[in-house]
Write a protein that binds this ligand. Structure first.
Ligand code: B16
Ligand code: MG
Length: 223
């Protein structure tokens, strides 16, 4: 039997929390007189909370004291959590549950690899927590994506070699992290944004079981 590792990003792959991060950062940025576009927002996907605020301040040419910086990060997270609080399993993105169940039935190793410090409560909210053999999130890493640390820890916890792992990611930083880790990188989103990925699908409804079977059996590989 072939056993491979499958590492799922959370925000923008399993659930559409990327839109809540965007709303919360937009509001926070506006409160300090900074505005940013949806195109700029792509750069905030997958990166840590600290790095996100640093980027927003760079865009607005602002500097803050350490205390103010910490306070603004707290405000953003409070606002973000007010969206999370209302989540339920109806917010799981199309065919994600089916994909997880297919891989579990095939006895594959499944981990979460997210930059978010809120990953566990979100997975519990949408009733997917029990499906993961390992969870690596923003509380476990010292280096943010595009550093491969989050995925390398995931592979280790699954007992898999990095080259036997596949990553599902919606962010440019996450695809770069997967590539650096020497894992198959699968972009979930737009080809034009995620062109560094080995394979790109708009969402999981476009991914056939034959494709997943090809990864498991080794006929589909890193490009
Ligand atoms: P938090 P992922 C990432 O999650 C988000 O894409 C990114 O926008 C966010 O800044 C980061 O989590 C930190 O999230 O503020 O909840 O700790 O896509 O890696 O699952
Ligand atoms: Mg993401």
């Amino acid at each position: 039997m072939h056993k491979k590792g499958f590492i799922f990003d959370l925000d923008g792959v399993i659930v559409d929390t990327a839109k809540y991060h965007f709303l919360a950062w937009k509001k926070l940025a506006r409160s300090i007189g900074v505005d940013f576009t949806e195109v700029q927002n792509e750069q905030l996907k997958g990166v840590s909370r600290v790095r996100s605020l640093e980027k927003i301040l760079e865009w607005g040419n602002k500097t803050l004291s350490e205390d103010e910086f910490t306070k603004l990060m707290g405000m953003k997270n409070q606002d973000y959590l007010s969206y999370i609080d209302k989540m339920d399993d109806s917010e799981i993105l199309p065919d994600v549950s089916q994909t997880l169940d297919y891989l579990i039935n095939q006895e594959q190793a499944i981990a979460l690899g997210s930059a978010s410090k809120n990953a566990t409560p979100i997975l519990k909210k949408v009733n997917l927590f029990a499906k993961f053999e390992a969870i690596v999130d923003g509380n476990d890493v010292s280096k943010a994506k595009p550093d491969p640390e989050v995925f390398l820890i995931g592979a280790k916890l699954l007992g898999m070699n990095p080259e036997d792992c596949t990553v599902f990611e919606d962010s440019v930083a996450g695809i770069q992290a997967a590539n650096t880790a020497n894992m198959i990188s699968i972009g979930i989103g737009e080809q034009s944004v995620l062109h560094e990925a080995d394979y790109v699908f708009n969402d999981f409804t476009e991914m056939s079981s034959e494709f997943l079977e090809g990864i498991i059996s080794g006929t589909i590989n890193k490009k």
